[in-house]
Design a protein around this ligand. Sequence first.
Ligand code: ATP
Ligand code: MG
Length: 400
Amino acid sequence: MTFNTVFKYALEVIGKIENAGGEAYIVGGSVRDYLSGHSVGDIDIATSEPPARIQEIFEKVIPVGIEHGTVIVRHESNSYEVTTYRTEKGYEDFRRPDEVTFVRDIKLDLARRDFTMNAIAMNRQGQVVDPYEGQQAIKHQVICAVGDPFERFKEDPLRMMRAVRFVSQLGYDVVHETKEALSSQAELLQHISIERIAMETQKLFAGENYKKALDLLCETGLQKYLPVLNSMLSERSYPEQSLKSWHEIISFFIQRCPECSIDRFVKLWKLSNRTKKQAEQLCKALKRYEKAQKVTPWLVYQLPEELFHPFVRVCTALGMDKEEFSSSLWGVKDNLPIQTSKEMAFQARHLIALYPNRQKGPWISEIMEQIEQGIVQLQVENDYEKIKEWIKTWNPPENS
Ligand code: ATP
Ligand code: MG
C-alpha cells in the first residue's frame, strides 16, 4: 500500500493543523511499521501546537492527557493520538517524567523517544525527519537506543522490556551497547509497575520471534524480574508456539510446572478476574485432554468456543500434534446433541419430582451434571422418558 493510502485520514488531520498555521508529523510505531513493511496499527501525530489549539481546530477531541500534551482527535471514525512536541526531564520515581516542557522543534521531541527506529517523523509529503538514522536501523534490522542507552534505561526502565518485545515482534537484533545496557540496568526493572511489565510481556509471547526474545531476556538477566516465569524461563522451558493472551501463557506454564498455581500467577501479575476465569477453563480442558488422551465431547461442551483457538495454541505450545485439534474441536461441537444445559429434556424440577421424599441438597446438581454428561457423551438420548428410565438404572428411587 502506498503512503497516501495507509495514512489517508491522518494526512487530512495534519493538513488541518497546517492550515491553522501549525506543524504536524506522523511519528512513532506507525512510521517504523510503514518503513519496515509491517502492517500499520495506531497512528500517532506530533504537533507544534498546544492541546488547547488542537481543541479549537477539531470538533471531536478527547482530552486524555492534556498535562502531557496528548489529546485524541476523532476524524472520519478514526482516532489519532495528537501530542504536542515535548521534552522530558527527571524520572525520579522511575514512572513518569517530573517535568514535561512543550517545545517548537520536532527534533527535540524525537530526542526523547526510546529507539532510533521509533524516532523518525514523516510529514504530509512523506519526507522524513530522521536525526538518529532510524532508517538505517530499520534497514539493518537493529534496535538501538536514542542517545546513551544506560541513561535512557535509567530514566525509564520499561524501555528495556520494550526493546525485548520489539525483538519478538520484528526479529531485529539489539546493537552491542544497547544490549550491554540491558544487562547492566536490568535490576531497575523492579521499580516498574507490574501492570506495565505485563503488557510488554504479553506482546513478547505473542510475537513471531518470541524464542529469540526469551533468549535475550535470559541472557541479560531481565527474566529475574518476571514473577513466576523467572525459574521456568531460566531452564529454557519455552513454548513451541507463540501465545496470544495471558490466559494462554498461564495455562502453558501451569501445565509445565504443576507446583505453580493460577491464583499466584494472577495475583503477582495483577491480572484481571476474566483472565483468571479463562485460564481456569483452559487448564480444566487440558487436564481432561491429558486424562482421556483425546478430544472428548464433554471437553468440547465445557470449553467456551472463544477458547478453542487458545486451546489449540496451548496444546501446540506444549508440543502436541496440532493437526489433531485444529478440526476436531469444531467438528465435535457441531455434532453435540446439546449446546447448553438449557436444551436438556430433563431439568432439575423433573429430578425433584422423581425423588419426592428426598430433601433438597447438593445431590440435585450432582445428578444433573451426570445427566448432562450422559447426554453429551451419548450414553443416553436427550429425551425425557429415556433419561428418566436411565437414571433409575443407576439411582433407583427409594420407595419404588
Ligand atoms: P506499538 O506497535 O506497540 O504501538 P509503538 O512504538 O507505537 O509500538 P507506543 O507505546 O504506541 O509504541 O508509543 C509510540 C511512540 O512513543 C514510540 O514509537 C516511541 O517513539 C515513543 N515511546 C513510547 N514509549 C516510550 C518510552 N517508554 N520511552 C520513550 N519513548 C517512548
Ligand atoms: Mg503505537
